[in-house]
Design a protein around this ligand. Structure first.
Ligand code: GLU
Length: 286
């Protein structure tokens, strides 16, 4: 058995809330229970939406809450840098491997094109199913002259009709149908930003992560990511998804719920101890 390596991977687009605290608490607990290591990774791929002040606030809030990590942007480690915006060269080489394997193709469609062409409304918050407009026939490189359209997205060709199954540590057997539950997804954006799917697989593999603990909202992303692991011939980690925390109206917490951010609660006088008690309560009731 490989020594356990877990990770926490916030995206600095806003302040962390109780949902993050719960997920990261569980991640820390599972790493400790296994006598393993916990890695902290800043997932700041999108230069438009990510802010250094949120990256700093996230580390600060989590330290205050009592979460500790062994490797990360503030303490270094054998797999540094632990900041995605500093790892683009590595992601580019992984994209190259997927292109060589014939599993990545260029796409000129805008988000609006995809939305308008999608046949059915998709789950809230999930991307619409890509209708395949730019997908070349198998074995062919591109459906258009790529020299004439340098700013393209790159998409992953999913095996239509194949079910991608995995055993989740919390939610049990999961299965999603490629081409139906999700379509050809973006690997690299036209504005030269790698996608979350590509970056997270690259990093979880490169950093030797053995179990990924994250929110339930990413269950379907796990299926997409398993296809990337397979395409690259890499062993996938185990997965443990945590139930989402909802607000008093039953809506899942989002970064826009500023009043429920850890910082707002801290400013309103909550102590780290009281918040830890709240998080434990959530973990037990989930
Ligand atoms: N960075 C993602 C987020 O904050 C989490 C990704 C993951 O854990 O795989 O939502």
């Amino acid at each position: 058995m490989k020594a356990y390596r877990g990770r926490i991977a916030p995206t600095p687009t806003g302040l962390l809330h109780l949902g993050h605290a719960q997920t990261f608490w569980i991640a820390q607990h599972r790493a400790r229970q296994a006598g393993g290591k916990l890695v902290y990774r800043t997932e700041d791929l999108d230069p438009q939406r990510c802010k250094a002040e949120f990256a700093d606030a996230a580390q600060d809030d989590l330290k205050w809450l009592g979460i500790e990590w062994d490797e990360g942007p503030d303490r270094g480690g054998p797999f540094a840098p632990y900041i995605q915006s500093q790892r683009f060269d590595r992601y580019r080489s992984i994209l190259g491997q997927l292109k060589s394997a014939g599993l990545a193709y260029p796409c000129r469609c805008s988000r609006k094109d995809v939305r308008e062409a999608a046949s059915a409304p998709h789950e809230k918050g999930d991307e619409p199913l890509y209708p395949g407009t730019c997908r070349p026939p198998l074995g062919q490189a591109a459906a258009f002259d790529i020299e004439s359209a340098p700013r393209v997205n790159w998409r992953f060709r999913v095996p239509d009709g194949e079910s991608v199954a995995f055993e989740d540590g919390r939610f049990g057997s999961q299965s999603f149908l490629a081409g139906y539950d999700f379509g050809d997804f973006i690997l690299w954006r036209h504005d030269d930003v790698p996608s979350y799917q590509l970056a997270v697989v690259t990093d979880d593999h490169d950093m030797g992560i053995t179990e990924v603990v994250r929110g339930e909202d990413l269950l379907k992303c796990t299926a997409r990511q398993l296809l990337i692991y397979r395409a690259l011939g890499l062993e996938a980690p185990a997965f443990y998804h945590c139930p989402l925390v909802t607000d008093p109206d039953g809506q899942r917490l989002a970064k826009r719920h500023n009043s429920l951010s850890l910082q707002a609660m801290r400013n309103a006088g909550a102590t780290a101890k009281s918040l830890r008690a709240k998080v434990s309560e959530l973990v037990e009731s989930g």
